[in-house]
Design a protein around this ligand. Structure first.
Ligand code: TRP
Length: 341
């Protein structure tokens, strides 16, 4: 199948599970904005609320709040709802409809091998929801209902994207069509992964009990600066080369965060700061972080005070999404042999 028959189209999704951190921004959203602004792709970004209830049934008010907050985060980070299609999954019913077809394409064995399923279901798989098991088939539908060609995700989603390719390939093979594209993952390397500010060997997480370990996108300038000043480091000065960060996870994390925020390489950070002590470097990093992140939290609070504006943006995004998904689902149904009147 030639890739050229498909429009270059980016799709990605984030779960509205509450609590956006610097990790979400640097690991996902910032890249989504770059792809949007580059102009070589159509970009589609989704708040996957159907996925957000697979692990547990979240109280309705909490889910609504988290979905609006995620939308505010996307916009504050630079997603322009005119340039990109920005919407929540449940308002575009074709995702769930295609997911049903894919539930019948994917094999139990494939799903049972998903490491995220094994991790999340744990020892008590009997008590996990059927939705959690089927999660990757819905994710495949999210992507393929747009014929998306490129999917930016973190390393942890790689296996789900391979499954998406397997589902597309089996559907195409079994129905003897070349209908779904074989999607390319765009995986962010571990180098840009944002780690815990108090323990550089762990990933920064919204669920860590200590708030000092992370920067939330809702933190104001004071909180951002304070958390960086109090971040764990070591007594040695910054090295001259990246190799000198070996075995110094806390130091490496702060250098990586600086590099990502300033859009330069870690080596370029060291070229500017080699020999500096962390007390000094953290001041520079705090200034940079406040400069880049405080406007995001300000814009998020402005939007969160205007939920009707958010809902209107999501509604319009869903309408635009359906211009793509309705015909693709209809063609899928025709291929499968579902009658239409
Ligand atoms: N599973 C993804 C995650 O947890 C979220 C997601 C759902 C997604 N559907 C998607 C990501 C489609 C990319 C494309 O990060």
């Amino acid at each position: 199948m030639t890739e050229t028959q498909f429009t270059p189209r980016v799709f990605s999704g984030i779960q509205p599970s509450g609590g956006l951190t610097l990790g979400n921004y640097l690991g996902a959203m910032k890249r989504f904005v770059t792809m949007q602004d580059e102009g070589s792709f159509e970009t589609i970004y989704c708040m996957v609320d159907l996925h957000a209830i697979t692990a547990r049934l979240v109280p309705a008010d909490e889910l609504r709040h988290n979905t609006r907050e995620l939308c505010a985060g996307f916009i504050a980070a630079g997603i322009d709802p005119e340039k990109s299609i920005l919407f929540n999954q449940s308002q575009v019913p074709e995702h769930a409809q295609l997911a049903w077809i894919f539930n019948c394409v994917a094999r139990m064995g494939w799903m049972g091998r998903m490491t995220q399923w094994k991790d999340k279901a744990g020892k008590n798989a009997e008590a996990a929801s059927l939705g959690l098991f089927a999660y990757p088939a819905l994710m495949a539908a999210d992507i393929l209902v747009y014929h998306a060609t490129h999917v930016p995700v973190g390393e942890d989603q790689k296996q789900h994207l391979e499954l998406t390719r397997d589902i597309a390939a089996k559907f195409n093979h079994d129905y003897e069509v070349e209908f779904f594209p074989v999607t390319e993952p765009v995986i962010e390397g571990a180098a840009t992964r944002v780690m815990n500010l108090q323990d550089g060997t762990k990933k920064m997480s919204k669920s860590d009990p200590s708030d000092k370990t992370r920067i939330n996108l809702t933190d104001d300038a004071d909180a951002i600066a304070k958390k960086i000043r109090k971040a764990k480091t070591d007594p040695d000065p910054l090295p001259e080369a990246v190799a000198g960060l070996e075995g110094r996870p806390d130091a490496r994390n702060l250098v990586n965060i600086y590099a990502a925020l300033a859009d330069i390489t870690p080596q370029a950070v060291l070229d500017q700061h080699a020999g500096a002590l962390f007390g000094h470097f953290k001041m520079a990093l705090a200034d940079l972080a406040v400069d880049k992140l405080a406007p995001i939290s300000t814009e998020m609070s402005r939007l969160m005070a205007a939920p009707a504006e958010i809902d209107r943006i999501l509604g319009r995004g869903a309408e635009r999404a359906r211009e793509i998904t309705v015909p693709i689902l209809q063609q899928t149904y025709d291929i499968v042999g579902m009658l239409r009147s």
